[in-house]
Design a protein around this ligand. Structure first.
Ligand SMILES: *Cc1c(COP(=O)(O)O)cnc(C)c1O
Length: 397
């Protein structure tokens, strides 16, 4: 059994704060402070440019990619880090569309995170080959897969409700129709067991600042199935995806395998923090994580429903149908969340009316979840949210 009291001790969590927002930004791993400080002093400071070779900076997008790969069922050498998730979505989709030149439909759902959809429509415009972004309701995806679809592009866990798609079944369906499947694991990686190889996914992308605790702006990852990695043409053909970047050829020649999905200079400082953050996963059994996550979210739902009759569950009730987050709906959700944050319980708000809570067993226990529900009860019962300051919208919600 994974000992979650050990993993909890690895994180800096401010006293008295109940942090239910690790699905948006994971907390600071204590080791990341030391690791980045040492890296800056000894590597950037003393090695200077020699760090690219001597400290292995250039190899990190792949080596740390393998560490992420172990958490998502990806074989060694199939995941690389860099850029942001939006960019990785673009890369995956562009490569997928070129593999299915006769087909014109990109199929997604209205539970997808907007940037994925924006990147897809921007790409379709630039391609200018008559592609269409088809967006259906999540429960209609399966029936909408047909032989016009070039790529099925879905986020496995809905960022608002936590609803979980069946990756294996939908990928099988896509393949049976001759389409490729691209999975966004933003709310999956580090949240629940993922088996990319077992599901036979074609592409996957995700970020590392949510459940993987890499820190604000930590780099994204991309996975390409090894059976496709030598075939795909990288749309963003940057020099570090070149077969021989330091030959400085004038012509682009794609690098081997997943290396071709690299674009430019890796974010070495951010990779140092991420590498330290990933240490927390050593020895964590993902099945234990899932069981603990379900225990926490079920307890939270039960406590909130008992204490706060005005809040409606906005997530699937069956824990097997959810990722590791839960939403409640209320017309004054924004103000309620602001009041809750003022009372040291941090979740977040997603328009139009969802207050959202993430459950992260690495550093949360049942006491935290109950404390969160208690404070929410008080805010609801005493209408503490109904003050002008809690209704004022900030830029980031
Ligand atoms: C968080 C999230 C993003 C964020 O993309 P960035 O480029 O890292 O800002 C994209 N897609 C999904 C599904 C997300 O949940």
């Amino acid at each position: 059994m994974t000992d979650f009291s050990k993993t909890r001790a690895l994180f800096h969590l401010p006293d008295g704060l109940v942090y239910l927002d690790g699905n948006s930004l994971g907390p600071l791993p204590k080791k990341a402070v030391e690791k980045t400080a040492t890296m800056m002093r000894e590597e950037w400071g003393d090695l200077l440019i020699r760090g690219w070779n001597a400290a292995g900076w250039m190899a990190q997008p792949r080596s740390i990619g393998d560490r992420v790969g172990r958490l998502i069922g990806a074989p060694e050498g199939s995941v690389v880090l860099g850029d942001t998730l939006s960019i990785k979505v673009y890369q995956a989709l562009a490569s997928a569309l070129e593999l299915r030149p006769q087909r014109k439909v990109v199929l997604s759902d209205n539970g997808n995170f907007p940037t994925d959809l924006y990147m897809a429509s921007g790409l379709i415009q630039s391609f200018d080959k008559g592609h269409e972004l088809k967006i259906v309701a999540p429960e209609e995806v399966e029936d909408a897969i047909d032989d016009t679809v070039a790529a099925l592009m879905l986020t496995e866990v809905d960022y608002r409700t936590g609803r979980l798609h069946d990756m294996k079944r939908l990928t099988e369906k896509a393949h049976a129709a001759g389409a490729l499947a691209i999975w966004d694991l933003a709310h999956s990686a580090g949240a629940l067991p993922v088996d990319l190889a077992g599901a036979d996914a074609d592409f996957a992308v995700g970020c590392t600042y949510k459940y993987l605790n890499g820190g604000p702006g930590a780099p994204a990852f991309i996975y390409v199935a090894p059976r496709l990695a030598e075939q795909v043409r990288p749309a963003l053909s940057g020099w570090l995806g070149h077969d021989a970047p330091f030959a400085f050829d004038l012509d682009y020649r794609a690098g081997r395998g997943i290396d071709r999905m690299r674009v430019g200079t890796p974010p070495v400082l951010a990779l140092a923090a991420l590498d330290a953050a990933l240490d927390a996963w050593d020895g964590v059994d993902m099945a234990d994580l899932r069981a603990a996550s379900i225990r926490l979210s079920e307890r939270f739902i039960a406590e909130v429903e008992r204490r706060c009759p005005d809040l409606t569950l906005g997530s699937p009730r069956d824990p097997e149908q959810r990722g590791s987050q839960v939403s409640f709906l209320h017309d004054n959700g924004y103000a309620i969340m602001q009041a809750l944050i003022a009372h040291d319980v941090i979740g977040d708000f997603r328009a139009p009316n969802a207050i959202r809570f993430g459950f992260t067993p690495l550093y949360l226990g049942e006491d935290d979840v109950v404390a969160g529900a208690e404070r929410l009860e008080r805010i609801m019962a005493e209408r503490l949210w109904d003050r002008p300051k809690f209704h004022k919208r900030a830029a980031v919600t």
